[in-house]
Design a protein around this ligand. Structure first.
Ligand code: PSV
Ligand code: MN
Ligand code: MN
Length: 388
């Protein structure tokens, strides 16, 4: 039997970080459908993130993407976040939008472009300093479209060089989160395509370099929970970018495509001690809502992560270990499936009520009048990401 008080305490303590870009307009390669009331600047994105936190009680951090979220004074932005009851989370360095990056950023064959990219990464560490955030998240769109287009090993050397320069600039309490992605926008070869490459670079850099697992960045059929278990056991699981995929990097709501996979991932997190803040795992969302309303979609994702976490916490670890040890395949599997089949929504509703929150945060959002207010107040919202 699981200790239900321990389960409740773990759920109360869990923190989930939402991304600034999820609150702005975003779309597919074909069309961005603008929505009324979306934020016009980073200050309003933070206000929306704060609303998600106010309704869920577990989302007090918001990631920024630089330069999408460029402001003159980052300390001022951090103070604004604090006024709204949230904090700035990971700083995402964007080295994929300038024309100069056509052939790559830190792995570009032109030394001047590589310098420009590293310069931006270092400027992002300045943003960490100004906002008090811990994590610099690095995702590189770098890669090639055609065999022969670039030299794979040389590009790896350039990548290592750039990472080392940025790592040397970190202070003791800051980290690099290195994110990998199988393909897109490069279609033949990507410079950081998988967790193995990211892990190898992190090992070379040192203990302040850890891997970010974006759940949308793998080939179909990849066993993501294996990756999670491995990285966690080596102290190199730094963060998740949670989202769902049916085909490629779809960036849909977490747990929408495959809630069972999310449960399996959270089971490995729980099993490996990853819920303990000391493990340093940052539970972030990375989503782009292109047709659905943004704030309720973020709330849904936060709740979906909580549900998967609650089910993972309900796995009877002792019974599972005993069945595994006895070689009882069916019993071991049944322990997991029993936990997965538990309806944890009443438990989560109860926990919210204990905190003085509404039991159903999406319904509370709709009843609050916030959507109507921002629709009236904000005219001409921003585009969040690609093409911004
Ligand atoms: C790239 O696909 C990615 O997952 C990275 O995390 C970027 O920062 C984000 O998406 C941009 O939308
Ligand atoms: Mn991501
Ligand atoms: Mn992605």
């Amino acid at each position: 039997m699981q200790d239900i008080e321990a389960v409740r305490a773990a759920l109360r303590a869990q923190r989930i970080e939402t991304p600034s870009w999820a609150y702005g307009n975003s779309g597919t390669r074909f069309k961005v459908f603008a929505q009324e009331g979306v934020p016009r600047d980073p200050y309003e994105k933070i206000a929306d993130a704060a609303r998600v936190h106010a309704l869920t009680g577990v989302a007090p951090l918001v990631s920024l993407h630089i330069p999408w979220d460029r402001v003159d004074d980052y300390a001022h932005l951090a103070a604004h976040a604090r006024d709204y009851g949230v904090r700035i989370g990971a700083i995402n360095a964007n080295v994929f939008q300038d024309d100069a990056y056509r052939l790559g950023s830190v792995t570009n064959p032109d030394a001047r472009v590589r310098r420009k990219a590293v310069h931006h990464l270092l400027a992002c560490v300045d943003v960490l300093d100004a906002t008090g955030s811990r994590d610099l998240k690095l995702w590189f769109a770098d890669g090639t479209n055609y065999p022969g287009q670039g030299d794979i090993a040389t590009r790896q050397a350039y990548l290592a060089e750039a990472l080392a320069e940025v790592y040397a600039r970190l202070s003791a309490d800051q980290r690099i989160l290195l994110e990998y992605k199988l393909f897109e926008p490069a279609f033949y070869m990507t410079d950081v395509p998988d967790w193995g490459t990211a892990y190898a670079h992190c090992l070379e850099l040192g203990p302040q370099a850890v891997v970010c697992v974006d759940t949308g960045h793998h080939a179909p059929g990849t066993n993501i929970e294996f990756i999670v278990a491995f990285l966690l056991s080596r102290g190199r699981l730094g963060a998740f970018d949670f989202n769902s995929r049916f085909y490629a990097d779809d960036d849909l709501m977490v747990g929408a495509a495959d809630p069972f996979q999310l449960f399996r991932i959270m089971h490995e997190v729980v099993r490996g001690g990853g819920l303990d803040p000391a493990a340093g795992v940052n539970f972030m969302l990375d989503q782009c809502h292109n047709i659905e309303p943004k704030i309720p979609a973020q709330i849904r994702s936060v709740a979906n992560v909580q549900e998967a976490t609650a089910k993972a916490l309900l796995v009877d670890a002792e019974e599972l270990a005993a069945a595994q040890q006895a070689g009882d395949v069916l019993a071991a599997n049944a322990v997991l499936m029993d936990a997965y089949a538990t309806d944890v929504r009443p438990l989560l509703r109860e926990l919210r009520e204990e905190q003085g929150l509404a039991p159903d945060p999406v319904a509370a959002y709709h009843a609050s009048g916030y959507a109507e207010r921002i629709r009236a107040e904000r005219v001409g919202g921003t585009q969040a990401g690609w093409g911004a």
